[in-house]
Design a protein around this ligand. Structure first.
Ligand code: CA
Length: 225
C-alpha cells in the first residue's frame, strides 16, 4: 500500500501529458495518464484519485462533460487545463464544479503550485473535524467536545474515539483498534483496548454502565453508534 497521493492527468497532447506526468512523479505523486475523455471517466470511476488534471478539449468526451458527470458521483478535486483565456468565463460561468483552472501555455512552476494548493485545500476539509451526535472532534487542535463542552481526553483516548467515530456503525476488533491507535509494534495486548474503552465511556457516556455510543460487540470488539 502506498501513502502517495494519486493523480490522474488527462491531456491528449502527448508531449504535454508526458511532461506533466514526469514532473508530478518527481514531486512524489503517483500519476496515471490518458489522452482520451471516455477512458478518463472510466479511470476516475474505477480508481480513487486525490486530484484530476483535466484538459477541456479532448477526443471522445470533452473535459467539461467529464466534470459534470463526475460531480454527480464524487468530490475528487479537478483542475482544468484550457487552451484559450476566452474559455475561462464559460468554464466558470457554467459552474461546472471544477476546483481551479490553468490557461495554456503555463509554466511548470505555476502548474505544480496550483496542484499543491488544490490538494492542500481539499485535504483538511474531509479530515479536520469529526462529528457524531453531541460529540465533535477537532483533529487538528486535538480537542474533543460534548455538547459544546470540552472533554479532557488523554492522547490515546482521543485517538481511540477518533478511530471509532470514523468507523461509525462498523464493529471493530480489539486487534484492529490496537493497530490503529497504538500501532503495529505496540507490545501490549488487547486488554489495553478494553481499559481505554472503559475510561472513554466514563468521559463520553451519560451512563458508563449502559453505553449508548461505544457498544460492545460480543466476540468481536466495539462499535460506535
Ligand atoms: Ca486538448
Amino acid at each position: 500500500m502506498s501513502d502517495k497521493q494519486k493523480l490522474l492527468v488527462v491531456e491528449d497532447e502527448t508531449t504535454l501529458r508526458e511532461t506533466l506526468m514526469y514532473n508530478l512523479k518527481r514531486e512524489g505523486y503517483e500519476v496515471i495518464g490518458t489522452g482520451d475523455g471516455s477512458e478518463a471517466l472510466e479511470l476516475a470511476r474505477e480508481q480513487k484519485f486525490d486530484l484530476i488534471v483535466l484538459d477541456v478539449m479532448l477526443p471522445s468526451l470533452d473535459g467539461l462533460s467529464i466534470v459534470r458527470i463526475l460531480r454527480k458521483e464524487q468530490r475528487t478535486p479537478i483542475v482544468l487545463l484550457t487552451a484559450r483565456s476566452g474559455e475561462v468565463d464559460r468554464i466558470m460561468g457554467l459552474e461546472t464544479g471544477a476546483d481551479d483552472y490553468i490557461v495554456k501555455p503555463f509554466s511548470l512552476g505555476e502548474f505544480l503550485a496550483r496542484v499543491r494548493a488544490v490538494l492542500r485545500r481539499a485535504a483538511p476539509e474531509v479530515s479536520a473535524k469529526l462529528e457524531a451526535g453531541d460529540l465533535s472532534l477537532d483533529l487538528i487542535g486535538r480537542k474533543a467536545y460534548r455538547g459544546g463542552e470540552e472533554l479532557r481526553l488523554s492522547h490515546k483516548e482521543f485517538d481511540l474515539l477518533a478511530a471509532l467515530i470514523k468507523n461509525t456503525g462498523t464493529a471493530l476488533s480489539r486487534d484492529r483498534l490496537l493497530q490503529e491507535v497504538w500501532g503495529y509494534d505496540f507490545p501490549g495486548d488487547t486488554r489495553t483496548v478494553d481499559v481505554h474503552i472503559r475510561w472513554l465511556r466514563e468521559k463520553i457516556e451519560k451512563d458508563a454502565a449502559e453505553p449508548k455510543h461505544i457498544v460492545t460487540v460480543r466476540g468481536v470488539g466495539y462499535r460506535f453508534e
